[in-house]
Design a protein around this ligand. Structure first.
Ligand code: ATP
Length: 588
């Protein structure tokens, strides 16, 4: 297939704001795409070459891309640079320059998708001292044979700014529309949730239909999207929601790890699918040694322990370990334990469809528990009093709260979903009405006074997982210390966007926009109806969205979360409901 075909589709996607229209554009394209190339096409439409859990990131510095554009279009470097400063978008610059070149050039070989994948793979894999040169030459070679539109998307791809809005959920909708029915949509999504590989799902459905999709299962080496918890404002409500009886576990304050234990090797994935194995070599080794199965997938929380007292330490100590250089030293200075809480797979058996208590029993008997491999502390609870008692012991053990888990027959492991089979209750809930929020930075305002010359406040957004859009909830200017104010440009400027990113809905206009990438933890006094913020616009009241009042940055950059994993708009609507409910209670 020609890359121009793909570029035209990207252009059409970019020019529509309607998700329904995007879905039908993609569905129509998927139907006529070469089946053998569909996997690559799906990755390319998200600006990638492979799923996130495969190591390697496609990336080129703007400076190198400018040089490649100059070379391919026969323009001097300074001319390209000038246009880049004017437009701020290398995609547009490439498009303009290549279009001028095209009017002059007579021949060039048409660019196929296969050749683009090959070139981009060379760029991604380039290493060592010649790598800059290799990247620049490879891109220039591709641009040489590009038309203007192709040049636009090639440059956006290599700079990590694809922005055509092909979110996972839109692609899954399009796959259902192209190759199956609406009723099949949940099954297609499950296949994605248990493999985290949208290209694999696309290839499978295109070649083998729904039968093949149904056969996709959990397997070692392919991370499973994590199951998440709902929240409720009191232990009594948690117990009631669980039907009067549930399991409660300590909620440890560490880093969630999904361990894929193979016969000879172990891989540890974070909840955003990064490979964390090199940060926890001791845990990986202990899990392999203590696992009674040949292969298994388990989940647990890695928590730092004070080597002197044996007490658990707050999460910062684990992240500190991630940043340490000498791993041997870190393993000694910051001992870590894994507290295991779930079993997803063992020796050919998919445990995700089994009830919680069976999974827990399988987990416990599947390992020789001891030293740095432990089970989470768990107790069966049959009343609010027993729940309160367990919560008090969790806090006493320096945990952040409890996780209640359903023991009903349908208490399966719901990959990729947040539901009431798990409910969290944290000690923070006793001070504020709401949980903390993890919000994506989508813009910044220049500071004044003491903050002049720096970013003074940030525009923060929640994620709407139904529509794949980011909707604003607050302007955040509190909780930044000097070190963070200084660090902000390095943290954020890589995602600067000349205009409002197409995935962001905002009425407030910041001085600069960012593509959603960085997630910050924020606490706030309350959630209120807001005329200016766009989260849940018109949902609760015509003309109003939801905003959060007196937001404050906690100091925690959630680099373990992707922007799509930040607090969702529906969670905020729910938390708003919890507040109203609470004040109803007070007024009685
Ligand atoms: P938070 O910011 O509160 O940790 P989250 O959005 O990361 O929330 P939630 O599903 O809301 O995720 O809360 C569950 C998180 O708590 C898990 O992702 C995991 O990291 C952690 N955790 C700690 N102890 C447990 C446990 N016993 N069972 C499940 N998760 C646990």
């Amino acid at each position: 297939m020609l890359y121009s075909d793909l570029a035209e589709t990207f252009d059409r996607l970019e020019s529509t704001g309607s998700r329904l229209e995007m879905t039908s554009i993609l569905a129509e394209f998927f139907r006529r795409a070469d089946k053998a190339e569909l996997r690559s096409i799906v990755y390319l439409s998200q600006g990638k070459l492979h799923p996130d859990f495969v190591p390697g990131v496609l990336g080129m510095a703007d400076r190198l891309v400018m040089k490649a554009i100059a070379k391919a279009s026969g323009n001097p470097d300074d001319k390209v640079e000038k246009l880049t400063v004017e437009t701020g978008d290398l995609g547009q610059v490439a498009e303009a320059m290549i279009s001028r070149k095209k009017q002059m050039a007579l021949f060039s070989e048409e660019l196929t998708v296969a050749r683009v994948v090959k070139g981009l793979t060379t760029i991604e894999n380039a290493e060592g001292k010649d790598s800059q040169d290799v990247k620049q030459k490879t891109l220039a070679g591709l641009l040489h044979d590009s038309g203007p539109l192709e040049a636009r998307y090639l440059c956006r791809t290599v700079t990590g700014r694809m922005r055509v809005g092909a979110a996972d959920m839109t692609i899954l909708d399009a796959l259902a529309e192209a190759f199956a029915t609406k009723e099949d949509r949940p099954t297609i999504e499950r296949a994605f949730n248990v493999t985290c590989d949208i290209g694999l799902v696309a290839e499978t459905i295109a070649n083998g239909g729904m039968d093949a999709v149904l056969a996709i299962g959990v397997k070692v080496g392919s991370p499973v999207k994590v199951m998440l918890a709902e929240r409720l404002p009191s232990i009594a409500e948690v117990v009631e929601k669980m039907g009067g009886r549930c399991a409660m576990e300590y909620k440890y304050d560490g880093i969630r790890v999904q361990a894929h234990i193979g016969r000879d090797s172990v891989k540890l994935y974070s909840r955003r699918l990064e490979d964390l194995t090199s940060n926890f070599p001791d845990i990986a080794e202990a899990l392999r040694a203590r696992c009674r199965h040949g292969e298994a997938i388990i989940e647990g929380e890695c928590v730092a322990v004070d080597p002197e007292t044996g007490y658990m330490l707050p999460f910062q100590n684990v992240t500190h370990r991630r940043k340490k250089h000498g791993m041997d030293e870190a393993v000694r200075d910051v001992p870590v334990r894994i507290f295991m809480f779930d079993m997803l797979y063992a020796d050919g058996r998919d445990w995700t469809s089994e009830p919680y208590l069976d999974r827990r029993a399988a987990l416990e008997s599947g390992f020789e528990i001891g030293d740095n491999v432990q089970m989470t502390t768990m107790r069966m609870v049959g009343s609010p009093e027993e729940g309160e008692d367990f919560f008090a012991s969790a806090i006493g053990a320096r945990c952040e709260g409890i996780m209640a888990k359903s023991v009903a027959p349908d208490s399966v492991y719901r990959a990729g979903s947040r539901g009431f089979l798990w409910i969290k209750y944290k000690k923070d809930y006793q001070q504020a009405l709401t949980d903390s929020f993890d919000l994506a930075v989508v813009g910044a305002f220049y500071g004044m006074g003491k903050r002049a010359g720096r970013y003074g406040a940030l525009l923060m957004a929640a994620y709407d997982n139904e529509t794949g859009r980011f909707e604003t909830v607050c302007k955040l200017g509190t909780g930044f210390d000097d070190a963070f104010l200084d660090a902000m440009p390095a943290l954020l400027d890589g995602t600067l966007s000349e205009t409002r990113p197409s995935s962001v809905d905002a009425e407030m206009v910041p001085d600069v926009w960012f593509d959603p990438a960085v997630v910050l933890e924020v606490v706030a006094a309350e959630i209120t109806l807001s005329p200016i913020h766009t989260a849940a616009k018109d949902v609760l009241k015509e003309g109003a969205g939801l905003g959060i009042r007196f937001p404050r940055f906690t100091g925690r950059v959630r680099d373990d979360k992707t922007p799509e994993q930040c607090t969702t708009v529906s969670e905020i609507v729910e938390m708003y409901g919890m507040q109203v409910h609470d004040s109803d209670g007070l007024s009685e």
